[in-house]
Design a protein around this ligand. Structure first.
Ligand code: OAD
Length: 279
């Protein structure tokens, strides 16, 4: 299956919904009730599926996918750069962009949101349950935070592969010296991420569909929910009767589908849920 972007863009909400910059967020009484409910769902769940997107890494200083076009890159559309066609037309430009992001990711550390998700998995597993973390992120921060059952739907930016032999390499944290970087076989290297129009790994997809269609709790965290197939897993979970909630700074197409939605930063809301669920 290839992946694609839906034509509708998510609607951005205004600044007024940003949580205050205190060490612990102040939640309205209404939100607090919902937090208590979601915490109870987490405590009761036997099979949790979480879909994450770039928002979960924003507090690790990695710009989100659609905010990543800063400075020299401001004039480019990320959806145009993240394609096999762009790489074929200008491998130097595309690999420079991915290398800039690769180096940023290598310097980043997991934030409180990543750690909270790893904590939830630990608690659920210790009770004999399962948690499957389906991430669209290519930064490796969920694994660095201690999450075990992670499915990297869009591949990994840490790994690059030879366009001739398919051999994979994991470069060090320094930027490449030439663009495109060349493999030992003398062919350009490309990042091992899934570009628009490319196939997702069959194994990753099978796991994602099976887990979403049989979970009892589904969480969508920090994703604009416009890229399929990841954006469709919530409906699958709903049809299977799962409880569903979203954590996002902004409104997304998923907001109207889930049972509960928490508007704020995942690095604040997820730890609060863990505290309420497990003390
Ligand atoms: P986007 O950049 O599209 O969306 C990030 C989402 O996170 C937005 O909805 C933001 O409002 C939200 N957000 C930002 N900061 C947040 C925070 N601190 N807490 C909670 N939410 C926050 O990124 P994705 O949805 O991940 O794939 O994009 C999906 C895929 O599109 C990417 O994986 C990328 C592209 O195709 C590849 O390049 C392979």
């Amino acid at each position: 299956m290839t992946f694609s972007v839906s034509s509708s863009s998510p609607q951005r909400e205004s600044q007024k919904d940003k949580p205050s910059r205190t060490t612990r967020p102040r939640y309205s009484a209404f939100m607090s009730d919902d937090l208590a409910t979601a915490a109870e769902w987490i405590r009761d769940a036997k099979a949790i599926v979480v879909v994450t997107g770039a928002g979960v890494s924003a507090e690790s200083t990695i710009p989100t996918f659609r905010d990543a076009m800063e400075g020299l890159w401001a004039e480019f559309d990320p959806q145009t750069l993240a394609t096999p066609e762009a790489f074929a037309a200008d491998p130097e430009m595309v690999t420079r962009w991915y290398d800039m992001r690769r180096v940023k990711c290598a310097q980043a550390v997991p934030n409180a949101g990543h750690l909270a998700l790893a904590d939830i998995e630990k608690h659920v597993s210790s009770r004999g349950g399962t948690m499957t973390l389906l991430t669209q992120n290519v930064d490796g921060l969920h694994t660095a935070a201690g999450s075990k059952n992670v499915v990297e739907l869009h591949g990994s930016l840490r790994v690059w592969r030879c366009t001739k032999t398919g051999q994979e390499v994991t470069p060090g944290p320094e930027p490449f010296e030439e663009f495109p970087p060349m493999s030992e076989a003398g062919a350009p290297l490309r990042p091992s991420v899934v570009w628009f129009g490319e196939m997702l790994s069959e194994g990753a997809l099978e796991t994602a569909f099976a887990a979403s269609g049989s979970c009892d709790l589904f969480m969508s965290v920090g994703t604009s929910a416009v890229v399929y197939p990841a954006a469709g897993f919530v409906e699958l979970a709903k049809r299977a009767g799962a409880r569903t909630f979203e954590v996002n700074k902004d409104q997304t197409p998923t907001s109207g589908i889930v049972d509960l939605t928490f508007r704020g930063r995942s690095g604040e809301i997820l730890p609060e849920l863990v505290t309420r669920a497990f003390g």
